[in-house]
Design a protein around this ligand. Structure first.
Ligand code: SF4
Length: 261
């Protein structure tokens, strides 16, 4: 209240959000000092200031990062559902993480009824991977689709391969060192497909409208083979190529080096 009153009395022209954010920062820092005074170790304190708008999160944490060396937890509260929650969270946290601010993160997503709670974790993984800060699992690149293809096979194949990678990762992670850095591309036509596929460790270029029904597969920049057949045959063939690539490219971990899934 005192800050609000000061704003009015001195005609400072600050918005109520700015004042709230300042008060939250002061409160967090005072609470941190009090916790330390009462004997809590510095290594047991992490600061989190919850706001619900990206601009407030960025402004609040920039100030916090200047004023304290304690670890900071980033997260937008009440981010919302689906696309809105993802975009709002990533836009704010991406800026801060790129500036080196933030030690732990959460992307809060309101789930659809019966939705998968793990989507929050997958979103955090993608955010950290997109910025090159951490690698947790192979990344799947898929073309967005355009007028050059009327088929939905590339979307279905990309989704199926992504699900396969997630399912297999706990096993691969135990067996193969560095597998989390692998990149896979699933592309929809000959125009951009081969180029993007060559840029990935493993890429497949599906035929666009009017193209020959052949799917060239590239491994580390070179054409390896071509697949054809039904959707199920394509998916099985591509999965098998991924399995073989992982088994030969990534060093097997010694039994003593096994890490928990
Ligand atoms: S790869 Fe082909 S189908 Fe996919 S977006 Fe690019 S041009 Fe369109």
């Amino acid at each position: 209240m005192a800050k609000m009153q000061e704003n009015t009395d001195r005609d400072l022209g600050r918005t109520s959000e700015e004042i709230m954010n300042e008060c939250m920062i002061l409160s967090a820092l005072e609470s941190t000092d009090l916790a330390k005074e009462t004997g809590l170790g510095e290594d047991k304190i992490i600061i989190s200031c919850k706001v619900s708008r990206p601009a407030d999160l960025i402004a609040t944490y920039r100030v916090l990062a200047e004023k304290t060396s304690q670890p900071l937890h980033l997260g937008l509260t009440e981010a919302g559902m689906g696309i809105k929650g993802l975009v709002w969270s990533a836009s704010a946290m991406g800026v801060l993480l790129e500036e080196g601010i933030g030690d732990t993160i959460r992307i809060s997503l309101t789930p659809r009824p019966g939705g998968d709670r793990r989507e929050e974790v997958y979103a955090c993984i993608e955010l950290l991977q997109s910025l090159g800060l951490r690698a947790f699992m192979p990344s799947i690149t898929a073309c967005p689709g355009c007028g050059r293809t009327t088929s939905t096979t590339f979307q279905e194949l990309a989704e199926r391969i992504e699900a396969y990678v997630r399912e297999q990762m706990p096993v691969w992670k135990k067996r193969y060192e560095g597998v989390e850095t692998m990149t896979v591309a699933v592309m929809g036509c000959v125009v951009n497909g081969p180029g993007e596929s060559k840029a990935a460790n493993i890429g497949i270029s599906l035929p666009g409208t009017g193209e020959e029904p052949l799917c060239p597969v590239f491994i580390d920049g070179k054409q390896f083979t071509s697949l054809k057949g039904s959707y199920d045959e394509l998916a099985a063939g591509f999965r098998s190529i991924i399995d073989d690539y992982i088994a030969t490219k990534y060093a097997a971990r010694e039994a003593g080096e096994l890490t928990p899934a």
